[in-house]
Design a binder for this molecule. Structure first.
Ligand code: NA7
Length: 553
């Protein structure tokens, strides 16, 4: 057991619910709880709302889910009144939307900004959580909800000499708030995941020279981004009931799209090619849903991967560069597929160099250069697009102590263990939104956030109405769920890739496929069934009679 001090001292405030994080999950959680008469306080380490969209301000940052779908559905007025300007919303517009929501629903008075939750400790005697904050305060709450985000803990790579580099170093996941202008500079980008792929074309237009250091080539599909016309917005709004319903209950990934009941090998070469061509021309994530078995069958997957590799070879004029840019070590889609604007074409520019750091790993970073393959690539600024300690990273930063003083980090040392991705045995009244074991990052996050928030609110209301004091995942239910999550993952091609879904991007992190791949619709049904059966698999304790919750000070 670690010697870290326990949360003691006098609690200054008391709430029904403490929510950690004011991103899309934390904001909706607060709104919903208030609507049900609960007192709630949100603590947010940034000085504004928006979470992931508050921190990820790098050039070219935009959502890879279409804006008309990457938006809240809980308020009909909100979804009818907000005008998205582009097919894929750029980061500043998503942040503006988050701020609009905070103002429209009057959320700010219940959010404390610039405040980190450092520790949370469950008192088995009182069934209350004591929560220690970075401002020195301790507050108590019956429930704690972790709305800490899945891609919010930016990870600095361990590269020799990085601290000696004399130019500016930026991480895409922790970008400065002021404008960064690379005009006239030699810039190096390390990392070619979504963040690298989105930022490279934009930086290339500004920089005098851009050097891209690629360890793993990634599959990317053109976004075909465009301004939305008023007619397009109106047409989409008119079918919102159908779109939202489909995304919630029928889709696998929370996105409204057609899902043909047909495998890639059911079509002949010409037919298949023309279907891929049509999706490539349309652009976007739905490239992967042209057939129903691309994530399941290697031969089927190869047909899609080959198509994209051919496209890369067509776009990139230098055959050597094209070969380097063609992904060849993982099935298409087994790492989060990227959506780009002119990424591959950027390598035709005379001011862009591609460096293969798979064959020649970075040896070190000097005061002014990246050294690899015995050569120094001189740069004035370095952009680290090296990703996140995904899904568990921001939870792990909080010292969370449940029953018998066990920390969540101790419990999750071999990988995260949850029941339904919502609760972990031994940690009563502690909920995670879009946590490991739920569809989460494999889905349109806002759809999954709304489902979790609604479920959690239903659950705490149920407890209040019946006077239950504590709720906790049962160990056998959790064990069965973890086994199920794992079993479903291994029926797919996903575990073949060294992806952040598997924790493979963080040295020493256990290799467990973290999200639940069983699909958004089926998962919702499972959660609803569990609730309908009186929260089957959870232990509820306390008197079964109506009781009033504490009122906040
Ligand atoms: P990703 O997808 O984790 O990509 C990180 C990239 O950085 C990837 O190309 C990595 O190569 C590379 N990387 C990581 N560490 C190093 C070191 N030490 N040296 C060289 N290269 C490195 O993060 P993103 O921010 O792009 O995207 C995350 C998600 O945000 C994305 O999937 C969307 O859902 C939105 P590797 O592949 O590990 O060889």
């Amino acid at each position: 057991m670690s010697a870290s001090p326990s949360v003691s001292g006098k609690a200054s405030e008391s709430y029904d619910v403490v929510v950690v994080g004011a991103g899309f999950a934390g904001m909706y959680m607060l709104h919903k709880l208030r609507g049900q008469g609960f007192s709630a306080r949100v603590y947010e380490q940034g000085d504004g709302v928006g979470g992931t969209w508050y921190w990820n301000r790098y050039p070219g940052a935009r959502c890879d889910v279409e804006s008309m779908q990457y938006s809240y559905s809980f308020s009909e007025e909100l979804q009818q009144e907000w005008d998205w300007s582009e097919r894929y919303a750029p980061q500043p517009e998503i942040l503006k939307y988050a701020n609009h929501v905070a103002d429209r629903f009057g959320l700010r008075p219940d959010i404390q900004f610039n405040t980190t939750v450092e520790r949370a400790e469950f008192d088995e005697r009182t069934n209350l959580w004591s929560v220690a904050l970075s401002d020195g305060k301790i507050v108590t709450a019956k429930f704690v909800v972790l709305a800490t985000g899945c891609l919010s803990n930016a990870r600095m790579p361990e590269i020799k000499g990085l601290d000696r580099f004399e130019g500016k170093v930026y991480h895409t996941g922790h970008w400065p708030h002021e404008i960064v202008d690379f005009t006239g500079q030699r810039v190096g980008v390390i990392g070619t995941g979504s963040s690298g792929i989105q930022s490279v074309p934009v930086i290339a237009e500004q920089a005098s020279h851009l050097t891209v250091f690629q360890r793993t080539a990634n599959f990317s599909i053109p976004a075909r981004n465009a301004m939305l016309t008023e007619e397009e917005r109106q047409a989409f709004r008119a079918k919102y009931p159908e779109v939202r319903q489909f995304a919630r209950t029928e889709s696998r990934n929370g996105i409204y799209t057609e899902m043909p009941d047909r495998g890639a090998l059911d079509d002949g070469d010409n037919e298949r090619r023309s279907k891929y061509e049509a999706r490539w021309t349309r652009g976007g994530l739905t490239f992967m849903s042209v057939y129903n078995n691309l994530a399941l069958d290697q031969t089927a997957n190869d047909t899609a991967a080959d198509f994209v590799r051919e496209k890369i070879a067509e776009i990139v004029k230098d055959p050597e560069k094209a070969k380097l840019l063609q992904p060849n070590n993982h099935p298409i889609g087994s790492k989060r597929i990227c959506i780009d604007t002119e990424y591959f074409a950027t390598f035709n520019r005379p001011n862009v160099t591609l460096v293969d750091i798979k064959s020649n790993p970075i040896e070190e970073i000097t005061a002014s250069a990246v050294r690899t393959g015995g050569k120094d690539y001189e740069v004035d600024a370095l952009v680290l697009a090296t990703g996140f300690d995904a899904m568990t990273g921001s939870v792990a930063k909080i010292d969370i102590r449940g029953r018998n003083g066990q920390t969540l980090n101790q419990k999750w040392a071999e990988g995260p263990r949850t029941y339904l991705g919502l609760m972990s045995a031994g940690f009563p009244n502690l909920f995670v939104i879009t946590g490991p074991g739920s569809p989460s990052v494999l889905s349109n996050m806002i759809v999954s956030i709304e489902q979790h928030v609604d479920w959690i609110t239903g659950c705490v209301s149920y407890m209040r109405d019946r006077g239950f004091e504590a709720m906790e995942a049962k160990k056998d239910a959790e064990d069965n769920w973890v086994a199920h999550v794992n079993e479903v993952a291994y029926t797919t091609l996903y575990p073949q890739a060294n992806s952040w879904y598997m924790g493979a991007n963080v040295p020493g992190k256990p290799r467990i496929f973290m999200p639940y791949i069983g699909g958004v619709g089926p998962y919702r049904q499972i959660c609803d069934d569990v609730a309908a059966k009186g929260y089957e698999g959870f232990a509820l304790t306390g008197a079964e009679q109506p009781r009033k919750m504490a009122v906040s000070s």
